[in-house]
Design a protein around this ligand. Structure first.
Ligand code: URP
Ligand code: ZN
Ligand code: ZN
Ligand code: ZN
Length: 497
């Protein structure tokens, strides 16, 4: 099955040129000017359009069991929605329950995802408790037959997923040893739990309590702590869902000191803000409950986009974790019981384009970086993913930068019954999406098949992330002073930290 995309402008992270793209059997086989169509080849006209690597969303939670509920976007509806928005790959999180193990949970997630995914996917894994078995299974799942190369630690959700600092530190030391990237949900979960109790005792039971129990300082503090601990563990760190200026500043500060840290703002944090939590309509406010909360500082979304433009933050995701209104209702009399999470996987590309490119903050090449190629590099999938080049997978979005659309629950492809971007008009959207060399979205219609996507294993020791780690290990090696016969010598011990 061949497709020739003609007359478009091919945009990669490092250049944009008017070129055609020829696809055969799921792979890009030629990129160049005036390519001829082979026999039986479908020609897609992309005049006035941009031909870009399909989006990679490195942070989703399809059908996640969480807070007593299960997220309504499963691997079918979630990946359909992704494709309708121009995203051709997701990286979802395996989150073992405290009494489960990484391998058990991995099998569960593969069992859920493989028969349902409509686009390619990879897995990242959360570490929710710490012991020798967990450590050994972490090592095991980084082997090619499992294909995990990143682990996430929660510093929030006390009593559920949260790990203690010493567990987080040991976990990162192990990540560094096995060549896996550490990822962190950075909020001070202990203080949040205390503040939530106090607010409820004072009668603040509505969604405004959610944001008041999680002041931005608690995100900034945990982000700073995570960065310090990652440096001490000599482990590259990826901070998921950076929601506040303070957290972004902490990342920037530690990077300025040479730490290997990546910061991920999400569509929700770039596209809207936390004023909704004070809405008089309880359900309206509850729909936006996620953690860390949307910032109550109205200038935050623009500031986060500026930091993406400046290279202080590095890539965008969504944290897509959707719950319907009746699920949000479970917290009607206690905000701590509102399932946390919002949509984003369908709208991320359009929201980032609108708030970034149309606002004049980023150009299309930076757009490709922050929606696709940087994720491919960080997770060791580049240039198979994240690039329009000969030999790369034919995961492509043909982008219409000129027309507008209005985001709405009535037209979205999510399984959830509301959309946090409801009514937002965006100029620029995915007109056609090609996944694994097949047109899966065109003329506002999806042509997808459950299970057509494939699991993409990710290898550890990604050079983009890990190249300086061994040198840092040498610099950080413990030093011992040998004192003999009044002669004092300083030696460097040749051992790992
Ligand atoms: O509120 C959120 N973010 N829900 C999903 C779980 C997480 O923290 O990533
Ligand atoms: Zn999180
Ligand atoms: Zn509102
Ligand atoms: Zn998440």
């Amino acid at each position: 099955m061949s497709i020739l995309i003609k007359n478009g402008t091919v945009v990669n992270e490092d250049g944009m040129h008017k070129e055609d793209v020829l696809i055969n059997d799921g792979i890009i086989v030629a990129v160049g000017k005036n390519l001829d169509a082979p026999e039986n080849c479908r020609v897609v006209d992309a005049a006035d359009k941009l031909v870009m690597p399909g989006g990679i969303d490195p942070h989703t939670h399809m059908q996640l069991p969480f807070m007593g509920e299960v997220a309504v976007d499963d691997f079918y509806s979630g990946t359909r929605a992704a494709l309708a928005g121009g995203t051709t790959m997701i990286i979802d999180f395996v989150i073992p329950a405290k009494d489960s193990t990484p391998i058990e949970a991995y099998k569960t997630w593969r069992g859920w995802a493989d028969p349902k995914v409509c686009c390619d996917y990879a897995l990242s894994m959360a570490i929710t408790t710490w012991n020798d078995k967990i450590r050994d299974e972490m090592t095991e799942v980084t082997k090619p037959e499992y294909g995990i190369n990143s682990f996430k630690f929660f510093l929030a959700y006390s009593g559920m997923f949260m790990v203690r600092d010493e567990e987080f530190y040991q976990g990162m030391i192990h990540c560094s040893k096995i060549g896996a990237l550490a990822r962190v949900h950075a909020e001070n979960g202990s203080v949040i739990a205390e503040k939530a109790k106090a607010l409820l005792a004072q009668g603040v039971t509505g969604p405004e309590g959610h944001t008041q129990s999680r002041p931005e300082e608690l995100e900034a503090e945990a982000t700073n702590r995570a960065c310090v601990m990652a440096s001490q563990a000599n482990c590259p760190l990826y901070v998921v869902h950076v929601m506040s200026k303070g957290a972004a500043r902490a990342i920037s500060y530690h990077r300025s000191k040479g730490a290997i840290i990546f910061g991920e703002p999400i569509a929700a944090g770039l596209g809207t803000d936390g004023h909704h939590y004070y809405d008089k309509d309880w359900l309206h406010a509850a729909r936006y409950v996620m953690s860390p909360p949307l910032s109550r500082d109205k200038s935050t979304p623009e500031a986060l986009m500026d930091l993406l433009a400046a290279g202080e933050l590095h890539l965008t995701a969504t944290d897509n974790c959707t719950f319907n209104c009746h699920q949000k209702e479970l917290g009607r009399s206690d905000f701590t019981k509102i399932p946390n999470g919002v949509n984003g996987v369908e709208d991320r590309m359009a929201v980032v384009w609108h708030k970034g490119v149309n606002a004049g903050k980023i150009d299309p090449m930076r757009f490709v970086q922050i929606t696709s190629s940087t994720a491919a590099k960080i997770f060791n999938l580049y240039p198979r993913k994240g690039r329009i080049a000969v030999g790369s997978d034919a995961d492509i979005v043909i982008w219409n930068p000129n027309d507008t659309k209005i985001i709405s629950k009535s037209t979205h492809h999510h399984a959830c019954d509301f959309n946090i971007f409801e009514g937002m008009e965006v100029r620029g959207f995915a007109e056609t999406t090609i996944s694994r060399g097949k047109v899966v979205w065109e003329n506002n219609e999806l042509h997808v098949e459950a299970g057509a996507g494939k699991f993409i294993p990710a290898e550890p020791f990604c050079p983009y992330v890990f190249s300086s780690v061994p040198h840092r290990a040498k610099m950080m090696a413990p030093r011992m002073v040998v004192r003999e016969h009044e002669r004092v010598a300083e030696i460097t011990m040749n051992q790992e930290i």
